[in-house]
Design a protein around this ligand. Structure first.
Ligand SMILES: Cc1cc2nc3c(=O)[nH]c(=O)nc-3n(C[C@H](O)[C@H](O)[C@H](O)COP(=O)(O)OP(=O)(O)OC[C@H]3O[C@@H](n4cnc5c(N)ncnc54)[C@H](O)[C@@H]3O)c2cc1C
Ligand SMILES: NC(=O)c1ccc[n+]([C@@H]2O[C@H](COP(=O)([O-])OP(=O)(O)OC[C@H]3O[C@@H](n4cnc5c(N)ncnc54)[C@H](O)[C@@H]3O)[C@@H](O)[C@H]2O)c1
Length: 493
């Protein structure tokens, strides 16, 4: 194929535009999927409407974690007796955040695509029929790309702004402004109580905002173990955040420069309002109607990430856009699995749809790891007690105070935290684990391995945690499980 490199990293093809695989969206999912199929011997082009790297690099994971890390490191140091002093430089923290967002310049990521042998076409892509995509460039010109084998929709998600009276009119922050703002608002009101709300309330309060959180649900971080949301709410309140739950936001208006949020109770006045109420599928202008799908909806897929409802094996939806697990690492995992399935189908070597095969994303349903970088952190994988009960699994819940482990006491004076393990009492394997406390994110992967590997509890006794690390929590949980088993004569809950 004849190509000519452009100054923005994209390539201009001078012959008919056909690739083995056309990928819509160059977020972490699209980039990884393209990489896997190219490594598998296929050709791939990625279409990107904004920045190569997607939401994660510029307006989500990276900038938010950069905002959170400074305050977290300072708090960790100050929690150790004998350490004195330390202060947060807000301007330097914002500048470090800008660096982690590559100053919203995707030249580096575009170069990586090129070095990986992946072609890039800049513009907005939409399906116009089977294996056909039309891309509209910024200058309005259009070109048609066709796929020999597969089109992968990796267009991600966007912030969902609920239809609250006046909300859209006040120009609210979404996660984009909430991660990229060059200024710290004096007063910030956050609508929502999920991961985005908790992390950004933590970040902006640490940077100096007076923050109010208005959550509709009964607690924060619903969907995780209730102890997690309770600990994060207590942590936020401890740093002066006004956390209100069970709140119905009725309307929003501007008054004398302030944003005024009317709830069932008292009005909340602030300089800025951040909407963190969940995500919408980025499928609105994607031409889905041309292949019989509903625009605007998340795309249903099978375990090899093939879109159900479209005949044949040519259309895949991977990452946030399929709503299976809206996390960067899970999008990249799905990309590896779907990429392998695409290569296998293209080569005619057959696709194995059995659980845990190289072609399916089984972990999506039973072992999704996630870390909420709030204060305290919440790290979880697999099923909560409620999810195990809903699935009708015989299980036992084992809980242990993380602060009672020698490694935690050394980590921070007065360390407070919790570990909750959900154990399948029939199969004697770990179904899920939740850890709440400072620094627990780095403890998570052992739990992920235990859940995915279905490591028998009897074998876990041989996985000896080093002393004195926080990982000794594993030993304490096993002891607690053993003792509760002998107390109850082995009864199951
Ligand atoms: C504030 C915040 C913090 C987060 N923090 C974390 C975290 O710490 N860890 C974590 O694992 N996850 C985190 N997430 C979630 C994470 O950002 C997403 O799961 C991840 O970005 C999804 O990747 P994706 O490739 O599927 O989609 P995206 O990253 O959304 O990328 C999709 C790409 O497709 C492009 N696109 C869309 N439509 C078209 C079209 N028609 N034509 C061409 N291009 C198109 C977009 O411009 C975009 O570049 C966070 C999310 C938010 C909002
Ligand atoms: N560290 C991480 O891994 C990380 C960080 C941020 C986001 N994410 C991902 O991004 C996704 C989106 O996060 P999110 O926090 O936007 O969504 P979410 O679905 O996690 O939470 C939305 C929250 O908003 C509340 N809400 C909804 N409508 C409301 C209203 N009108 N008034 C008040 N509250 C309302 C809901 O009760 C819910 O608690 C998550 O699924 C998460 O996986 C991950």
């Amino acid at each position: 194929m004849t190509t000519r490199e452009q100054s923005d990293g994209s390539e201009q093809h001078t012959d008919p535009a056909t690739w083995d695989v056309v990928v819509l969206g160059a977020g972490p999912t699209g980039e990884n999927l393209a990489d896997v199929v190219v490594r598998g011997g296929l050709s791939a082009v990625v279409v990107e409407a904004e920045l190569v790297g997607g939401e994660c690099s510029y307006w989500a994971c990276m900038p938010s974690k950069a905002l959170l890390r400074g305050p977290e490191a300072l708090a960790a140091a100050q929690a150790v007796g004998g350490v004195t002093g330390g202060a947060l430089d807000v301007a330097a923290t914002l500048a470090r955040r800008d660096g982690f967002a590559a100053h919203w310049d995707d030249a580096g990521q575009a170069r990586w695509l090129s070095s990986a042998g992946i072609d890039l076409v800049r513009g907005h892509g939409r399906l116009t029929g089977e294996r056909t995509v039309v891309v509209t460039a910024e200058d309005g010109s259009e070109r048609t790309l066709t796929a020999r084998h597969a089109v992968a929709v990796c267009t991600g998600s966007t912030a969902m702004v609920p239809p609250v009276e006046g909300l859209a009119e006040v120009g609210p922050w979404t996660s984009r402004e909430g991660t990229s703002s060059p200024e710290v608002p004096g007063r910030l009101v956050v609508i929502g109580g999920g991961v985005v709300a908790c992390e950004l309330a933590t970040a902006w309060s640490a940077l100096g905002s007076r923050v109010t959180v208005l959550q509709r649900g009964a607690g924060l971080l619903t969907g995780l173990e209730p102890a997690a949301g309770a600990a994060v709410a207590a942590g936020l309140r401890g740093r002066g955040v006004d956390v209100r739950t069970g709140v119905q936001v009725r309307s929003v208006r501007r008054e004398e420069g302030d944003v005024v949020v009317a709830t069932g109770g008292s009005d909340v006045r602030a300089d800025q309002v951040l909407v963190a109420t969940g995500r919408a599928a980025a499928t609105t202008h994607l031409g889905l109607e041309s292949v019989g799908l509903e625009p605007g909806a998340f795309l249903d897929v099978d375990d090899s990430l093939r879109v159900t409802g479209v005949p044949g094996s040519w259309l895949y939806a991977v990452g946030d856009v399929n709503h299976r697990a809206l996390l960067t690492h899970m999008g990249k995992y799905q990309a590896r699995q779907a990429g392998a399935a695409i290569v296998a189908r293209a080569r005619g070597t057959g696709v194995d749809l059995a659980d845990w095969s190289p072609h399916v994303a089984t972990a999506d349903t039973v072992a999704v790891p996630s870390v909420v970088f709030s204060d305290p952190q919440v790290a979880s994988v697999g099923r909560t007690a409620q999810q195990a009960a809903d699935a009708g699994l015989p299980h036992r819940v084992v809980e242990y105070a993380l602060g009672n482990v020698a490694g935690s006491a050394l980590y921070a004076d007065g360390y407070t935290g919790t570990a909750i393990a959900v154990v399948d009492t029939e199969r004697q394997v770990l179904l899920g684990m939740t850890l709440v406390g400072p620094g627990v994110g780095e403890l998570l992967h052992a739990a992920t391995v235990a859940v995915v590997g279905e490591v028998p509890i009897a074998r876990l006794w041989h996985a000896v945690p080093a002393f004195p690390t926080m990982s000794e929590i594993w030993l304490r949980l096993l002891e607690t499980l053993r003792d509760s088993d002998s107390d109850s004569g082995g009864a199951q809950s």
